[in-house]
Design a protein around this ligand. Sequence first.
Ligand SMILES: Cc1cc2nc3c(=O)[nH]c(=O)nc-3n(C[C@H](O)[C@H](O)[C@H](O)COP(=O)(O)OP(=O)(O)OC[C@H]3O[C@@H](n4cnc5c(N)ncnc54)[C@H](O)[C@@H]3O)c2cc1C
Length: 366
Amino acid sequence: MSDTRKRVVVVGNGPGGVELAKRLSGEFEVTVIDRETLPHYSKPLLSHYIAGFLTEEKLFPYTPDWYERKGIDPRLGVEARAIDRARKVLVTSEGEIPYDVLVLATGARARPPTAEGSEHILTIRTLEDARLIKERLEEEGEITVLGGGFIGLELAGNLAKAGYGVRLVHRRETLLGLDGELSQRIMEKLGEAGVEFHLGANVLSADEEGLNTDRGYIPGGLKVCAFGIIPNKELAVRSGIHAGRGILIDERFRTSARDVYAIGDCAEYSGMISGTAKAATEHARVLANLLLGNEDSYDFAFRSAVFKFADFNVALIGRTRGEGEWLDDGVKVFRENGKIVGAVVLGNVKKAFRLEKAIREGLPID
Ligand SMILES: Cc1cc2nc3c(=O)[nH]c(=O)nc-3n(C[C@H](O)[C@H](O)[C@H](O)COP(=O)(O)OP(=O)(O)OC[C@H]3O[C@@H](n4cnc5c(N)ncnc54)[C@H](O)[C@@H]3O)c2cc1C
């Protein structure tokens, strides 16, 4: 008997694509394609792998036969090149794949440094990048990380904890877009782990031995840039789908093309790009419900994430800018018109889950 299920084709085997495929398999005929040849692996664990805390196998949450067992057709090492919207066909490096529903979960790539001599600076996004950084680090024993966002802090923290010499260069005076006080607390903890900070330093150029910044020369052969992402929107743009910084979506993850959706790091909603695995997975959960006919929604404006820098946990919940007030030694909350709209939790993040629920639902916070 022929398969009468709808065909869902997902481009991207990252956390967004794989979560969606997992949730739709069974109900739909699901194909996942990715230009990488590897099965799904965890990007949040890459710095743990580089530090030597994990073997490479531990980056892969699923066994090799997982896709087959789930009824998902993986097409790895295959690039999506164009969408023929009239015929509802995805054109790939290995031929055409017809779809009823197409989901773009193409993610993002690392923003490359633009300073002169940028060929002396590596970037981090894929396992291949991580393998190269690990190999160089084991030879050189020290690293300079560019960027004080969560990826830079995670990398710096884990490598310092592993005993490597780590410098962190950031162009602002504060970290993660937080205020001076919170940045100081994070810096102290990472400083105890061994990270040397160079804040307020703009990189002017790089050479084989180090970085020229407007705050002086910072020596170090191995330099890794971790300061931002560029959403992979080219496939959509080439196919006439509207894009800004990312692929434009509405509140139900619909792009400007019929039956084509976008989730995760490639998607832009109301000027926002999510940028975390947590958000990509949640997008997938909500879109899967919508495609399965179950009403659901995603609150794009409310962001939350928990990060671990060396052994120090930091949870960011909702809006975390402006004038804050400490509820206790580890929790700083932010108000708007008297109402708590966000919080930063340092250290013991067990409270974060309860706080997030309370802030989302507007419940009183003690
Ligand atoms: C070092 C590092 C540490 C991180 N730490 C954390 C963390 O602690 N917590 C957290 O929440 N997030 C973290 N992130 C961010 C997180 O990994 C990303 O937000 C997440 O991977 C985005 O998921 P995605 O599914 O949208 O896209 P991606 O994971 O980027 O996957 C997209 C996939 O699409 C494929 N693709 C793109 N274009 C095509 C095409 N045309 N044809 C075929 N395939 C294509 C790509 O090869 C890629 O495999 C980290 C990221 C890095 C790099």
